[in-house]
Write a protein that binds this ligand. Structure first.
Ligand code: SF4
Length: 253
């Protein structure tokens, strides 16, 4: 069964939520417009190519907003995700930038710890995420004053208080325009607008990351149960959404 048929259940106030999301995106494009007319916008969507981020990429393109899109291509993504990336690059009006890890750092880590070191300890898993995700993320955000994510409160207990606008990092604002959307809202939008999505979502992968660190979930399992499933619940963030204010260092967002 297709994920759209399985999940598309809009909230009663879906239209109001959508209007609010569109307004937040328009405001972001205006607040963080390029300094020079032909220059890059100072705000970008961090696109994981998951369902939420495909909705946001679609909205940015549909509303013709001056907001960039970037993808962290870790070198360990599923073939299906790479195909979707190709499709997004070919069809997006907004520029799509792809950031890869530093080759030397990957080669040294794999030579030292092996290709699947992430299963051996939480430290090695985080070291892999640091090289393949966090360092490229810093490069992607270097010239940005704001970034947009597809975080939703419903995704996990650790994300239950995700704000629409997060100013806890003094370096830049994080905007979460889908914070109050449900999974049903996301799939309603995808179905209604014919948004391209990762076919792994049709195979019970609600949250898709790197291939070695993602599995399908079973009925009744938590939304993020398929991510780093061998680790304890509190550890299930790669660092991308860890708060940066010193009082909450290490706390998953
Ligand atoms: S999700 Fe897994 S493979 Fe991807 S960077 Fe993190 S540890 Fe490495």
């Amino acid at each position: 069964m297709k994920a759209t048929e399985l999940h598309a259940r809009p909230s009663v106030d879906f239209e109001a939520k959508l209007a609010h999301t569109e307004s937040l995106l328009r405001q972001a494009a205006s607040n963080y417009a390029p300094v020079l007319p032909a220059g890059p916008a100072l705000v970008s969507l961090a696109c994981s190519l998951g369902a939420e981020d495909m909705v946001l990429a679609h909205l940015i393109n549909r509303l013709q907003l001056d907001i960039g899109i970037f993808v962290l291509e870790t070198g360990r993504l599923h073939a299906e995700t790479l195909d979707l990336l190709k499709q997004l690059k070919a069809t997006s009006r907004a520029p799509v930038e792809v950031f890869h890890p530093q080759t030397e750092a990957v080669v040294q880590f794999v030579q030292r710890e092996g290709q699947d070191a992430m299963y051996r300890s939480s430290e090695l898993r985080k070291a892999c995420c640091q090289i393949r995700k966090m360092e490229p993320l810093e490069r992607a955000l270097a010239d940005k004053k704001a970034w947009i994510t597809g975080l939703r409160r419903e995704q996990s207990g650790a994300r239950a208080e995700v704000p629409f606008e997060d100013r806890s990092d003094v370096r830049r604002v994080k905007l979460n325009p889908l914070a109050d959307w449900t999974w049903g809202d996301v799939w309603h939008y995808i179905g209604h607008h014919g948004v391209a999505y990762n076919p792994l979502h049709d195979q019970f992968y609600p949250s898709i990351g790197c291939e070695p660190c993602t599995r399908a979930i079973s009925l009744g399992e938590d939304f993020r149960a398929g991510r780093w499933w061998w680790e304890e619940e509190g550890n299930k963030e790669c660092g991308l959404h860890v708060k940066n204010d010193t009082s909450k260092q290490g706390e998953p967002a």
